[in-house]
Design a protein around this ligand. Structure first.
Ligand code: SAM
Length: 238
């Protein structure tokens, strides 16, 4: 069953889930420590409209929550988890080999404050969290979909910005980064126009200390692209 409020065009394409044997082994061995099962709808990465997760039970405690959408290889989610043991961090990632890689990294780092959901993060944000429930939302290097005919697949649009604004708790922030200048400008325009959000910097944000160089970012830099960071807070707080 699909939910009318879910976007019809998703921000990713389903790819083959063949993965290296060491990643498969890491997922089989340690996956259950980190993966939170969620009821799915028509696609295996679509979340059922009535899905629910008891996050306190999933973490075994109640702590301020962060959601990262599309953690990819997991560099930033592990870095934040180690830096901020006081936070509970939920990563939504649609690509199974990426999930397996993150599980391997979390296990190697001995991280206990991260949980992963293999599903669409926009749907997860909408369905599995209440208003004003997140201390931070992180979207680093979302798929750029740089061809004009694919722009509708981009994660960050006005609707998504409105959703993030609703989910942020008092004092909460949304951090974004991209290496695609046109997407960076769209992000900034869309977030500036969102009544629930306010830019915490005069334009681009400084790179946060806790954001490590990821493989995706390194590829952008090697291709000569400029990295843009953004950080927004709740309009109600200012
Ligand atoms: C370009 S990579 C960036 C990875 C990482 N954030 C980084 O900075 O290196 C984008 C990632 O987002 C994932 N992704 C795309 N759309 C998503 C969605 N709607 N929900 C969850 N993950 C998504 C992709 O599978 C991919 O791993």
């Amino acid at each position: 069953m699909s939910h009318p409020s879910h976007r019809q065009v998703v921000s990713y394409v389903r790819r083959s889930t063949r993965m290296r044997p060491n990643l498969r082994a890491a997922l089989d061995r340690y996956g259950s420590r980190y993966l939170v099962p969620v009821d799915t709808a028509d696609r295996s990465t679509s979340i059922a409209a009535d899905a629910h997760v008891d996050w306190d039970a999933a973490f075994g405690r109640s702590a301020p929550r962060v959601v990262e959408i599309g953690p990819g290889h997991g560099e930033s989610i592990v870095s934040l988890a180690l830096e901020r043991a006081d936070l509970d961090i939920i990563g939504f990632e649609v690509f199974e080999p990426a999930i397996a890689g993150i599980v391997a990294r979390l296990h190697a780092a001995g991280t206990t404050n991260v949980r992963l959901v293999q599903a669409d993060g926009e749907q997860g944000l909408r369905t599995l969290f209440g208003p004003r429930s997140l201390t931070q939302v992180v979207t680093y290097f979302p798929d750029p979909w740089h061809k004009a005919r694919h722009h509708k697949r981009r994660l960050v649009d006005a609707r998504f910005a409105g959703l993030v604004a609703e989910r942020l708790a008092p004092g909460g922030t949304w951090r974004l980064a991209t290496d695609w200048e046109d997407y960076a400008l769209v992000m900034r325009d869309v977030l500036d126009a969102c009544p629930g959000l306010v830019n915490l910097h005069a334009g681009w944000a400084p790179r946060p200390d806790v954001r490590p160089l990821t493989r995706f970012e390194a590829r952008g830099l090697a291709a000569g692209r400029t990295i843009r960071d953004l950080e927004y807070g709740r309009a109600d707080d200012h």
